[in-house]
Design a protein around this ligand. Structure first.
Ligand SMILES: *[C@@H]1O[C@H](CO)[C@@H](O)[C@H](O)[C@H]1NC(C)=O
Length: 261
């Protein structure tokens, strides 16, 4: 699903051509033969770029998918088995909120004794057929998360949010975060980008209308305190134990919070 043609185009150009021109300049003085070879390689690359859809493009597209905007949603997918160990029965009615929620909902639906729903903050015109099927069934809903979500208090046992919070200014965060704590009964898990890990995306303006603002762990901890959201210490401990026993290495910040009582 290519949702951000402008951003990914720029990343392709950087990743594809820049390293080659760099090595061309530095090596050309030392060996004429080497520089000829490099020029040939460069020419092949340029032809590939001109033609488009080459192997080079495919590699870069994969990279930009991993390093791109939905890094933490990708991480939720990997973390589901670990969360299952940490949360057990609290995973029986899960709501995932975040971009590419279809991918998370379809994995959750394969888990036994788990019902799953999703809220997708982007429009999903270019979604695949299985995602459109989830929307038709009412399992995935497209909604602007800046406004209260249309669910009763404690509708879900667990609410998981990924990436989406990074795009909200404090004004909207002040509304959205308490709302997520309101509609969950046994916990709220927030996956947020880790500053430094996703440098490339910070400068890019997203479909949310503002660039992602990656906040530090201490910023979040203080913010949760201000919002009277308490850490779910039991879940944090179990989650960390389960992470140690698995091959999964978190690359996002993961906060385990209690629901509002
Ligand atoms: C968000 O909520 C906090 C805590 O109640 C408050 O201190 C802050 O001023 C609010 N920010 C905005 C932009 O409304």
């Amino acid at each position: 699903m290519s949702r951000r043609p402008v951003g990914s185009g720029r990343r392709l150009a950087d990743g594809g051509s820049f390293p080659f021109s760099g090595s061309l300049n530095s090596k050309s003085k030392s060996s004429p033969l080497l520089s000829v070879a490099l020029i040939l390689v460069g020419a092949v690359v340029l032809v590939c770029i001109a033609k488009g859809g080459s192997g080079l493009f495919a590699v870069n597209r994969d990279m930009s998918k991993v390093e791109g905007d939905f890094l933490c949603t990708l991480e939720v997918q990997k973390a589901i088995p670990v969360m299952k160990k940490a949360y057990g029965d609290s995973m029986r009615k899960v709501l995932h909120v975040g971009p590419d929620t279809c991918s998370v909902v379809s994995i959750l639906l394969k888990e036994e004794e788990t019902e799953a729903w999703g809220v997708e903050p982007y429009d999903i015109e270019d979604a695949d057929a299985s995602c459109k099927g989830l929307v038709r069934k009412g399992l995935v809903r497209v909604a602007d998360i800046k406004f209260p979500l249309p669910y009763r208090p404690k509708s879900f046992s667990l609410v998981i949010v990924s990436d989406a919070l990074d795009y909200l200014s404090p004004k909207y965060l002040n509304k959205t975060l308490p709302d997520l704590a309101r509609i969950s009964s046994e916990g709220l898990v927030a996956f947020t980008g880790l500053p430094g890990k996703q440098k490339a995306k910070v400068a890019e303006v997203s479909k949310f209308g503002r660039p992602a603002k990656l906040r530090s762990t201490s910023w979040w901890v203080q913010y949760f305190r201000q919002m009277s959201l308490e850490e779910n210490e039991a879940a944090t401990k179990k989650f960390e134990q389960a992470v140690t026993k698995s091959s999964y290495e978190p690359s996002c910040q993961i906060f385990h919070l209690k629901s509002y009582q």
